[in-house]
Write a protein that binds this ligand. Structure first.
Ligand SMILES: Nc1ncnc2c1ncn2[C@@H]1O[C@H](COP(=O)(O)OP(=O)(O)OP(=O)(O)O)[C@@H](O)[C@H]1O
Ligand code: NI
Length: 309
């Protein structure tokens, strides 16, 4: 396979909090997270709320909050992604398709917003082309964001990503609350973007939808990658999946047995040194509570567990 377009290596993020008497505490919310995405590929990042999905996106875009400290490396197109390069690439090479229409400028007509993102070609012409492609009528260009329906807003956001010529598209929960037809359509847009050569990172709670378009799935738990797997391994009884948490996720889907796993994801910073899933894991032994396992390659994927084969 070719070199990845984006490579996140051993990313850790912590937040500094000031408590009474100016005491500083550090809370680690992401630990040793690794992930790579190739051009033309859709990688879905799935995990429960608070597992670190959005923070990963923000780290790549260079928009982490002030009180965040980051370690590890992010490489884009073979070169280290420094703060300076992030500023350069953001909105051009690297585009965010946000969940909310609030990311559009409320005071600017949407046609003008899309025209201002055009990278190559004549802006008015490119905007008209992309609006036609996403079934946004001629009149839409003259509307302000608050006048758009949810579906129009989403198509406008996708249009912006398309005309920007972005090679890496990061979509953070782009599909909540959609009816099945709108959902199918929205997922189709990402499929098209990948087919045209972009690398797509699709962040979502909805593993069922992710499986319909993703090539690979990265499973997050308590701020780290516990498994990276070809989407095709989510099949049958889930025996090809590597991590006990991923298998539990698969079993909990409606089309399977719907078996929930007891317990819940540890709160950030309290999972201690060991494997964060150990308290809920049937395979856990004493050693699992002492040291976080490394992400290791297993079959054609990756797993952070020493007890599976
Ligand atoms: N500015 C911040 N200061 C302190 N902690 C933060 C900050 N931003 C995020 N966190 C913590 O980092 C953890 C990961 O947050 P993140 O938003 O990445 O989760 P997520 O996986 O995107 O969740 P969701 O599915 O709900 O969007 C959470 O526990 C959150 O409370
Ligand atoms: Ni999020």
């Amino acid at each position: 396979m070719s070199d990845p377009l984006l490579e996140v290596n051993e990313l850790s993020i912590s937040f500094t909090h000031y408590t009474k008497g100016l005491r500083q505490t550090r809370q680690q919310v992401i630990s040793n997270l690794s992930l790579a995405i190739h051009s033309g590929e859709i990688v879905a990042v799935v995990g429960a709320s608070g597992s670190g999905k959005s923070l990963l996106a923000h780290a790549i875009l260079g928009i982490l909050p002030e009180n965040a400290t980051m370690s590890g490396t992010i490489t884009y197109d073979g070169t280290l992604l420094t703060a300076r390069r992030q500023l350069d690439l953001r909105g051009r090479d690297i585009a965010l398709v946000p969940q909310s229409v609030n990311f559009l400028d409320p005071l600017m007509r949407v046609g003008a917003q899309v025209r201002s993102a055009v990278k190559t070609g004549e802006p008015a012409r490119e905007q008209q082309k992309v609006f036609a492609r996403y079934r946004l009528g001629d009149k839409v260009a003259k509307l302000f964001p608050f006048q758009l329906s949810g579906g129009m807003a989403r198509r406008t956001l996708v249009s912006t990503a398309v005309v920007s010529g972005a090679r890496l598209i990061i979509a953070d929960e782009p599909t909540p609350g959609l009816d099945p037809e709108a959902l199918r359509q929205a997922l189709g847009y990402f499929k098209e973007l990948a087919a045209s050569g972009a690398a797509v990172m699709l962040i979502t709670h909805d593993i069922g939808s992710a499986l319909t378009i993703a090539d690979r799935i990265a499973v997050f738990y308590a701020g780290t990658t516990v498994e990276i797997t070809p989407a095709a391994d989510f099949a049958e009884d889930g025996r090809r999946l590597r991590h006990p948490y991923t298998q539990a996720l698969w079993r909990a889907l409606p089309q399977n047995e719907f078996i929930p796993t007891g317990g819940s994801q540890p709160a950030p910073g309290v999972s201690g040194a060991g494997c964060p899933f150990a308290p809920r894991c049937e395979l856990a032994i004493a050693a699992c509570r002492e040291e976080q396992p490394m992400l290791r390659s297993l079959r054609d994927g990756w797993v952070r567990c020493d007890h599976v084969s």
